[in-house]
Design a protein around this ligand. Sequence first.
Ligand code: HEC
Length: 119
Amino acid sequence: MTKIWIIFFAMTLLSSCYYDVEEELYGTLECSTEGMTYSGEVLAIISANCYKCHDAANNFGNITLEGYANLKKYVDNGQLLGAIKRQPGFSPMPKNEPPLLDCDIAKIEQWIADGALNN
Ligand code: HEC
């Protein structure tokens, strides 16, 4: 009888460790990528995740992503997408941190597909 209780207790413990992250529960289902703009979405994602190393003051790796014109250089040479999508041949970004959320990557990709405008 005690064995059953031990098993029951163990199961309760295990199931309470459930990892509850919205992105993992719903995937990219709720990710809207319509009408992406530089000032609306892209700037917010880049400044929150990249400026601590790539604003004009830090300029890590001699790369500044602050401001549209600077960011656009790395859009055009393919390094921005290569780095955030962790493609072979690129240094994975953000460096030493988990990847950006799939939804944030999808938003940046859509903005680029729409012409990467300064909008
Ligand atoms: C903790 C500091 C840090 C953060 C945060 C960071 N980077 Fe970097 N990044 C670097 C360094 C340092 C390099 C130079 C290459 C290297 O050391 O890997 C670099 C290189 C790059 C490169 C050139 C990649 C290549 O293959 O040569 C790109 C593009 C880039 N970063 C974009 C980003 C973007 C976009 C973000 C945010 C999503 C970001 N980085 C966040 C430190 C950082």
